[in-house]
Design a protein around this ligand. Structure first.
Ligand code: APR
Length: 269
């Protein structure tokens, strides 16, 4: 395994980027860090709420015990997200969906910034903070339409209590999401893992499935993770700085600029 010094993308990755038809991208909180979303294991102020660590306030047990408190926590998080915008990493990934024959975007993030950047058919492993789900009939609603005058918002269809449509600790992933991601991982040629500490399963098994099926595995992260040793290439740095360069056109001299190797492409991306 070769570790790529900051700023240098290997010829091999260029070639594989150039030739790939099916690509899978797995993202985590780090892809949204440059938009101002705190990461979970990078510290920051959102890991403790009213004295409770986020693993407690964001747990299935808390949902049973105190649904209004869970809503307060997720309303606080939505409030923090409201003003935030996608960054160049989200935008590069959104552009790639029109470049590769098949691009599967699998995210652990619930912030909706991929969709805001224009990404379609995002496979959300952990749900989405901008949606609510009925505890009785399962109907989903847009969280922006909810009324909180009696603490817990009610379902527009059946009047049942709504909960945030996110996966809480101790809960199963949404039906089909992981299975679909695993199928895509088994058939992709290139798998990019961007901004995840790769410690939370089953999401962290997606790149392992892709690698075992023969995909070229690339990690983009300013820090090493438990996945780094399994990767064919590790790009050490921030996603918002590295991803946009993976798709740059060759410079005029036909060579490569000093810092970043570029990719020759038939069509602009
Ligand atoms: N670009 C790329 N990676 C970054 C950047 C950046 N600008 N900034 C930080 N990172 C990396 C960190 O080095 C870290 O490895 O992003 C990773 C964020 O890790 P976590 O905070 O653990 O987030 P994530 O891997 O998405 O967590 C997985 O855990 O808490 C649950 O449900 C939650 O979806 C979340 C899951």
């Amino acid at each position: 395994m070769r570790t790529i010094r900051e700023g240098l993308v290997s010829e091999e990755l260029q070639r594989r980027f150039h030739e790939a038809h099916s690509v899978l991208i797995l993202t985590g909180a780090g892809v949204s860090a440059e938009s101002g979303v705190p990461t979970f294991r990078g510290g920051g102020d959102s890991t403790v709420w009213r004295g409770m660590p986020f693993e407690i306030i964001s747990s299935a047990g808390m949902l049973q015990r105190d649904l209004p408190a869970v809503w307060e926590w997720f309303n606080y998080r939505r409030g923090k997200l409201e003003a935030l915008k996608p960054n160049p990493a989200h935008e590069a990934i959104a552009r790639w969906q029109d470049v590769f024959k098949e691009l599967s975007l699998v995210t652990q993030n619930i912030d909706g910034l991929h969709q805001m950047a224009g990404s379609r058919n995002v496979i959300e492993l952990h749900g989405n903070v901008w949606r609510a789900r009925c505890l009785d009939c399962g109907a989903r609603s847009n969280a922006r339409d909810l009324r909180f005058d009696r603490g817990v918002p009610l379902c527009f269809d059946c009047g049942g209590a709504l909960r945030p449509d996110v996966v809480l600790f101790g809960e199963m992933l949404p039906t089909g999401a992981f299975e679909l991601a695993a199928v895509k991982a088994e058939s992709c040629e290139l798998c990019l893992v961007v901004g995840t500490s790769a410690v939370v399963y089953p999401a962290a098994s997606i790149p392992e499935i892709a690698r075992a099926a023969g995909a070229f595995l690339v990690e983009v992260n300013p820090e090493r993770t438990p996945l780094s040793d399994l990767c064919d290439e590790v790009l050490t740095g921030r996603a918002g700085e590295i991803l946009p360069l993976l798709c740059q056109q060759p410079n005029r001299e036909g060579g490569h600029d000093a810092s970043y190797a570029s990719i020759e492409r038939m069509r602009p991306c």
